[in-house]
Design a binder for this molecule. Structure first.
Ligand SMILES: [Zn+2]
Length: 573
């Protein structure tokens, strides 16, 4: 391969990498090059030097420079994306043994927080399988942790799911089935398969680690029944008694070492009030709820694989039908936070405004930001059902989203630090302009009546010298006659080369506005203090015609969504 062609390819990949992840990484670029040109494996030294140099150059360009140069490769990126989309549409969404018309699965959120991109992967895989197998998808609220759960979260989850466009055939709540779960507990006790343990937390932990049972494991059935009865009558305090599975304290899989089935929690429950103080654990509740609700296929995160044995052991102990479990890998979102606990902490200390803070990867945040549900679907399904974990980014989602919003985005000019450009002798007929407002099919126009004072960005004016030819974008050409401190004078001219393309505003038709650039929430392990950057500037008068939620493509700045119309605030997309 010609070295010039190779350098171009490296630069292109580095630009793509940088625009997807904020900065180009040599390792990632080398990986991409080698998968494209495996013959270069023998020239790794040369390759890594070349890549190192180019990655450094690209990262020096800064965010805007990268975006500008990357845009010249748009068509190639698009072609590559399509090829990739084609191969990812070949992702195998199937479950060995599953049958058409006999498939029922469920999506099991806990109403202790908001849904995020990780949940979206499960939701869309389940929704896809439901349609492939012409089956059913149920919504199961796993709500047995009173301290964390709220009606607010149930409502928010339903709003998110509806917005994502996923329909459910039925909705049910674990907490509505507590009496039934008590009956199963009673059956376990009566059959000698569960016992009440009065040990303290430390002792229980020690016993599990060492594999040595406590004295309660040997209790008679009648004693367990009595103690369970006392638990039911609220005669114990929290942590004084638990119901444990009479399993195998020596099991190699430690989740099988007599796990907890019920514990005492005296917190107020958002749905059941103070009706219950003995609550089932996830491990007891899930298999039973799945089995009795007719679930044929349970899909879950592969981090739960260690618990699969326990899931089946509970059902065996009760003689209940066993759903099939299929595990898939989660997708992690780089430089962001999805843990409910961590999000709650950041809300508490004021670093973020709520679960829908636009920097988060929650569905509510992405909706508020202006991401389309179709983009989330495509993103979620692009990882397939495989078990290899992947790290992705909000930027990767945004790049899918940009492709979806591009057509309807209004193309407008923005100037950050204006200096004046006075243009003499503009012919009258050229003062009335009509320019395309978007690249889509509806041919809306931006129409202005111009005067002779223009505003151009200080940065683009820096290199302008007397005699230079400037092409005011979508407008006419002018020739610079005078450059004085803080302003430029020019006269209307016939098109001629070479010229410099210039973004402009006209004094008769501009408004002030604010661009809010959203960056990564985290930088390394720390909160990114620059995760929100505000740029005050000026935009075309066409802005008056926009309504909240409309998307603009600002020349040289990228895509933004109108978020607030009084101050004309736009959020980066
Ligand atoms: Zn004990």
């Amino acid at each position: 391969m010609e070295s010039e062609a190779l350098r171009r390819e490296i630069r292109k990949i580095a630009l793509k990498n940088a625009s997807d992840y904020g900065a180009a990484h040599a390792g990632a670029v080398i990986g991409k090059i080698l998968s494209k040109f495996p013959e270069l494996k023998n020239e790794r030294q040369m390759l890594s030097e070349e890549v190192g140099r180019i990655v450094e150059e690209v990262n020096m360009l800064g965010k805007e420079g990268i975006a500008r140069e990357a845009s010249s490769y748009m068509e190639e990126f698009e072609a590559e994306r399509q090829a990739k989309a084609e191969s990812s549409s070949k992702h195998n969404f199937s479950i060995p043994g599953a049958e058409k018309g006999k498939f029922i699965t469920r999506f099991p959120p806990e109403p202790g927080g908001y849904l995020h991109l990780g949940h979206a992967k499960a939701i869309f895989i389940e929704d896809t399988l439901r349609s492939i197998y012409e089956g059913k998808l149920l919504l199961y609220f796993d709500d047995t942790n009173a301290e964390n759960e709220k009606q607010e979260f149930v409502d928010a989850i339903k709003v998110d799911l509806e917005w994502l466009g996923v329909k459910f055939d039925k909705e049910y709540y674990a907490s509505d089935s507590i009496p039934m779960l008590y009956n199963y507990a009673q059956a376990m006790i009566d059959g000698g398969k569960a016992y009440v343990c009065l040990c303290n937390g430390d002792k229980i932990k020690e016993g599990r680690a060492s594999g040595i049972p406590c004295e309660h494991k040997a209790q008679k059935v009648s004693t367990n029944a009595e103690l369970w009865n006392k638990m039911m009558k609220k005669e114990f305090n929290e942590n004084e008694a638990i119901l444990r599975f009479n399993s195998d304290m020596k099991a190699i899989n430690t989740t099988m070492r007599d796990p907890t089935l019920f514990r005492i929690k005296k917190a107020w429950h958002y749905r059941q009030g103070d009706k219950y103080s003995v609550w089932p654990t996830y491990d007891f509740c899930t298999p039973i709820m799945d089995s009795i609700n007719g679930i044929t296929d349970t899909l879950r995160d592969k981090r739960y694989e260690m618990r699969d044995n326990l899931y089946y052991a509970i059902l065996d102990a009760l003689g209940l039908r066993k759903p099939r479990i299929t595990s898939f890998a989660i997708v992690e979102i780089a430089n962001n936070v999805t843990s409910k606990r961590e999000i709650r902490e950041m809300i508490k200390d004021g670093r973020i405004s709520g679960f829908d803070d636009v920097r988060l990867a929650t569905i509510a945040a992405l909706r508020k930001r202006g991401v389309k549900p179709e983009a989330i679907r495509e993103f979620a399904l692009s990882f397939g059902m495989g078990k290899s974990e992947s790290v992705s980014s909000i930027e990767a989602l945004l790049s899918i989203n940009r492709r979806l919003i591009e057509k309807n985005a209004k193309r407008l000019f923005f100037v950050e630090k204006p200096i004046s450009l006075i243009v003499k002798s503009i012919p009258e007929e050229n003062k009335k302009v009509s320019m395309e407002a978007n690249t889509g099919g509806n041919h809306e126009k931006r129409e202005y009546l111009l005067n002779n004072v223009f505003m151009i960005d200080e940065a683009s004016a820096e290199s302008v010298k007397e005699g230079a030819i400037l092409k005011l974008m979508d407008l006419f050409t002018v020739k610079v006659t005078k450059v004085i401190n803080g302003s430029i004078e020019a006269e209307y001219a016939q098109p001629q080369e070479p010229y410099t393309r210039i973004v402009w505003l006209n004094e008769g038709n501009y408004r002030s506005c604010v661009l809010i650039n959203i960056g990564d929430l985290l930088s390394g392990d720390n909160f990114n203090e620059d995760s929100i950057k505000r740029t005050v500037g000026f935009i075309e008068g066409y802005v008056d015609k926009l309504t909240i939620g409309d998307v603009v493509q600002l020349e040289g700045r990228g895509f933004f969504k109108l978020d607030e119309s009084k101050s004309r605030s736009f959020i980066s997309l």
